[in-house]
Design a protein around this ligand. Structure first.
Ligand code: KG4
Ligand code: ZN
Length: 376
């Protein structure tokens, strides 16, 4: 019986859009049989950000062992997989191509369909796959990661999801702002987990950062704007460090942390004075406040009773807390992925592929990488 079930509903997902090489086997878009992620973070940390050329090379090195491990951990055999799903964009072209070529060859060799998945839809399914049942009415999804900050209105018809983009960043992504601010304060990479931890030691009201309403030129003047901008706050943090003569301490901290790459954020508190901790807490407070405000305003405007928050920044504890509280006040249900499924992984790609598989949608043999692929 067990064997029979295994031969149905299995999708092997492959993800290589940025700096994680990942593979996972998911049954019927919900049950994660295996989820393997090989992170290149330590390598890119040496450069303070993702180096595309190195990322492609690492994907090439890791992809076969990662897929092998995902298959072994799933307990299923390759012949039992019903389809191979792969991220086709958005992401780094050279990085995407590694996963796509691999998935194409595998699907061809196995004689199974190949399913192309939008990485952003993958992030949304990291939450949907955990929900017991689908809520009624429109759902709002906030995708906040290192490369993206988007608000989507999503709805499913007969299990097939459709998305409409109702807000996006006009410059930096929220995660990018975390990474850049961490870098300019001499902290480690990626910056999100550092700021998440260190913010708990500072006063979030110490520095009053403000966000102005952003309106794209092509936006409909009749509709309120749900767009974002995070480059201003990054510049404001930089100005603050300049006007408060923090440069020398920042450089000293950068040197110490560069010589101790394994030091965890919580073990670095002693390297920060109270002024810097307050600055970090204030930055996070402002960013979280802005994300929550835009998501809740959009939910009210579009009548969404459910808000999904996903992507790397959705791992942030302050964001989870503030969004949950605001949702309770506004009568909106808020959902987040498990922490391990917040950042890039392939389980979300296999899960997002499932409705496409059921609908008989598959990619052709000429599938290519689409670095700027949009959703909705
Ligand atoms: O989704 P993801 O793994 O990759 C992209 O698709 O971009 O997101 C990575 C981003 C990085 O910018 C990282 O700093 C941020 O997510 N991040 C966080 C946290 N954990 C990761 N940001 C804030 N708080 C966190 N705990
Ligand atoms: Zn991502």
């Amino acid at each position: 019986m067990q064997e029979k079930v295994r031969t149905h509903g299995l999708i092997l997902g492959i993800e290589s859009s940025c700096d994680e090489t990942a593979a996972a086997v998911v049954r019927r878009g919900r049950e994660v049989l295996s989820n393997v992620v090989a992170s290149q973070m330590q390598m890119h940390a040496l450069y303070g950000g993702v180096v595309p050329e190195l990322a492609s090379r690492e994907h090439l090195r890791n992809i076969t062992p990662v897929v092998r491990e995902a298959m072994a951990a799933s307990g299923a055999r390759l012949e039992e997989v019903d389809a191979v799903a792969v991220t086709s964009g958005p992401g780094l072209a050279g990085a995407l191509l590694v996963g796509i070529s691999y998935a194409k060859s595998l699907a061809f060799a196995l004689g199974k369909p190949l399913i192309a998945v939008n990485h952003l839809e993958g992030h949304i399914h990291a939450v949907l796959m955990q929900q017991a049942e689908q809520e009624e009415g429109p759902t709002l999804a906030l995708v906040v990661s290192g490369g993206h900050t988007h608000l989507y209105l999503a709805h499913a018809t007969n299990g097939v999801w459709r998305y409409r983009n109702v807000g996006r960043t006009v410059d930096d992504a929220a995660g990018e702002a975390y990474d850049k601010v961490a870098k300019l304060l001499g902290l480690g990479y990626p910056g999100g987990p550092w700021i998440d931890t260190l913010a708990t030691y500072g006063n979030p009201k110490a520095v009053p950062f403000r966000f102005q309403e952003i309106r794209r030129r092509d936006a409909d003047p009749e509709t309120p704007s749900f767009d974002f901008s995070f480059s201003g706050i990054k510049t404001a943090v930089l100005r603050y460090t300049e006007t408060h003569a923090m440069k020398a301490t920042v450089e000293e901290r950068r040197k110490i942390l560069a010589s101790q790459p394994d030091r965890k954020p919580a073990e670095a508190v002693a390297l920060l004075d109270s002024q810097t901790l307050d600055l970090i807490a204030s930055f996070q407070h402002a960013v979280v406040g802005n994300l929550v405000r835009q998501a809740m305003r959009a939910a009210a405007y579009f009548g969404a009773k459910t808000v999904l928050v996903t992507g790397g920044v959705a791992a942030n504890r302050a964001l989870r807390l503030a969004m949950t509280r605001a949702g309770e006040e506004q009568g909106v249900a808020t959902h987040f992925p498990q922490i391990a499924l917040s950042t890039d992984n392939a389980a979300m790609i296999a899960a997002a592929a499932w409705p496409h598989f059921l609908a008989g949608e598959s990619a052709t043999e000429t599938l290519n990488a689409t670095p700027q692929l949009r959703l909705g």
